[in-house]
Ligand binder design. Structure first.
Ligand code: PEP
Length: 260
């Protein structure tokens, strides 16, 4: 891979019925068709039940889609769980793993995230592993230690040549309307890139590190310009068409990730 494609991912959480999702991606596709965006990869994450409608509407489109969660077993007596094989069959390319809402509201541990990582990779999905500290952990200066632990456990036995992404999402910035500062993001992203390299992962060629936490049309240009930021994971601002299109169309002098 000669250049890195900047990832712009929209996590819709538990929003948009199948018909709402269909209408949204139809309008998104229409709204994005004027320009070529070879250096940007755009992916939306609908709720499970809206994935088929999105898949249908995005046929032959450059816009990708994925799931917000996945189970680690491929089939069996696991009531309510969704196999990675079923997601693959629906054409999902991506899956989000270990979002802080899953960790805090549904008790997902690093070990669970790791099982989901391994099984998604085996199935041919590209996982986005979320990590990030709480405000209290930051105040206690435990940010690097927490992130190091989440990566260590979450990436246990993941092959060094695997293709996946890491989303740095400080828990205190998610849904708070207050993103982390450029300085805070830069040091953590640099730490993650170095951590990956030290462990033997191919780093930037195969693993991007993206930022999430109150990304908006107003701050996206500034956040994307931070060194070591390879994209953004967007919650609330991905639900409105105009704001998501503005985020996709972030301005970055010299286009990040472009081939030299
Ligand atoms: C998220 O939930 O991943 C997220 C980043 O949300 P928001 O953009 O609303 O902070």
């Amino acid at each position: 891979m000669s250049g890195i494609r900047t990832l712009i991912a929209g996590n819709w959480k538990s929003n948009k019925s199948a018909e709402e999702a269909r209408a949204f991606v139809k309008a998104l596709r229409e709204g994005l068709k004027e320009k070529k965006r070879d250096e940007r990869e755009i992916v939306v994450f609908p709720p499970f039940t809206s994935i088929p409608a999105v898949a249908d509407e995005l046929r032959n489109s450059e816009i990708g889609y994925g799931a917000q969660n996945v189970f680690w077993e491929t089939a069996g007596a696991f009531t309510g769980e969704v196999s990675p094989v079923f997601l693959k069959e629906l054409g999902c390319r991506y899956v989000i793993i270990g979002h802080s809402e899953r960790r805090t509201l549904f008790g997902e541990t690093d070990e669970i995230c790791n099982r989901k990582m391994l099984s998604s990779l085996r199935t041919g999905l590209r996982p986005i592993l979320c990590c990030g500290e709480t405000w209290e952990q930051r105040r206690e200066e435990k940010t690097f230690c927490i992130i190091g632990e989440q990566l260590n456990a979450g990436l246990h036995q993941v092959p060094f040549d695997a293709e996946f992404d890491i989303a740095y999402e400080p828990v205190w910035a998610i849904g708070s309307g207050k993103s982390a500062t450029a300085e805070q993001i830069e040091v953590v992203h640099s730490y993650i890139h170095q951590w990956l390299q030290r462990k033997g992962f191919a780093s930037r060629e195969r693993v991007r590190v993206i930022y999430g936490g109150s990304v908006t049309p107003e701050n996206v240009d500034r956040l994307i310009a931070v060194p070591d930021v390879d994209g953004v994971l967007v919650g609330r601002a991905s639900l409105k068409l105009e704001s998501f299109i503005r985020i996709v169309d972030f301005c970055c002098p010299g286009e990040k990730g472009a081939s030299p």
